[in-house]
Design a binder for this molecule. Structure first.
Ligand code: 8YV
Length: 325
């Protein structure tokens, strides 16, 4: 008998066909919420779940006794309790690598856009306010040659730093749980304490995953350490930052500007002042959202779930210990 896959969200027709050769697809277009009609029934039969931003809870896992694998179409898996999965022998697969460069493009674009005030100045033109040459009140900050501080120095952090160091001659500082000697050699990056990085960087870019340790890692105290000319960029997760403290820092000129692709609550509530602030460039969590990359992420998640349910080793397994059981 074919195993069942609960499909949350979009897969291309060819990806669906590929999976349907081996598995029965149980599509579910609503949210993964046990109170929603039909969810408990689909879960009770599912051997695998594929989708992104899956809000997995222990109760939901209780309702899925046959579950063998969750394949998330994302590199981040902060909405999934990995230890709970591991305890139950359920594999978690994610999609690193295929989104690294695309995500880094937006990371660097936010450095440029917020640093050079690109959106704010484009607005001047759009609103017909470009009536004489732009004066110092609208001058920006240089990007090239300025110090780029990477909070987190994994694949995406390194790809952003590479753009900065090799393309823009930026000295790189990084704070990371482990040292990265190859990147120090390649990019001349220097590892330092977070507090030193915050005090010395012109651009501070967050790329750490959201975990218990990184939740609200950057708050009032951390903003107070930054230069008043500093530009803050977050492409990781909104909850790594105390958003109220960020708003205060932007309002009080504790820092100069921010480029944000992620927020404490997504979609951003209409009441948030952030998108209306002149010194903020706010994007709707799109760092990986290109045709090519979203297709590659979905394909990787399809490959991972297929391999897992066929008893083979998936390309990306988060909780490796499950493989040895
Ligand atoms: C996507 C992401 O927003 O991979 C991640 O962790 O945050 C983004 O690439 C998300 O996964 C939607 O598919």
């Amino acid at each position: 008998m074919k195993k069942n896959i609960m499909v949350m969200g979009r897969l291309s027709a060819s990806q669906q066909e590929e999976l349907a050769q081996y598995f029965t697809l149980l599509e579910h277009s609503g949210s993964l919420d046990l109170t929603q009609p039909g969810v408990a029934e689909v879960l009770s039969k599912a051997h695998g779940i594929i989708g992104s931003g899956l809000p997995v809870t222990p109760e939901l896992l209780d309702a899925a006794p046959a579950l063998e694998v969750i394949s998330t179409v994302s590199v981040g898996y902060d909405s999934i309790p990995v230890d709970e999965l591991t305890k139950r022998g359920i594999m978690l697969c994610n999609t690193p690598d295929v989104l690294t460069e695309t995500t880094a493009d937006i990371g660097f674009a936010l450095i440029m856009a917020a640093g050079r005030r690109m959106i704010e100045l484009a607005e001047v033109v759009k609103q017909g306010k470009w009536t004489s040459s732009i004066g110092p009140d609208l001058f920006a900050n240089d990007v090239h040659g300025k110090t780029l501080g990477m909070v987190g120095f994994g694949r995406i952090g390194a790809a952003i730093a590479r753009r900065g160091a090799l393309g823009f001659g930026m000295p790189i500082l990084y704070s990371n749980a482990s040292p990265k000697p190859e990147l120090e050699k390649e990019l001349g990056a220097k590892r330092c304490e977070l507090e030193t990085l915050l005090a010395e960087s012109d651009y501070v870019c967050i790329t750490v995953p959201l975990t218990q340790e990184t939740e609200k890692l950057i708050g009032k105290h951390e903003f107070s350490l930054m230069k008043p000319s500093a530009v803050f960029v977050n492409i990781a997760r909104g909850k790594v930052v105390d958003e109220a403290a960020l708003i205060e820092a932007l309002e009080n000129d504790t820092i100069r500007a921010a480029g944000l692709d992620v927020f404490e609550q997504e979609p951003l509530p209409a009441s948030s002042p952030l998108p209306h602030m002149h010194n903020v460039v706010a994007l709707p969590h799109i760092a990986s959202a290109t045709h090519e990359t979203r297709q590659a992420m979905a394909q990787r998640a399809v490959d991972n779930i297929r391999l897992a349910l066929q008893g083979e080793r998936p390309i990306n397994v988060v909780n490796e210990t499950v493989l040895n059981e």
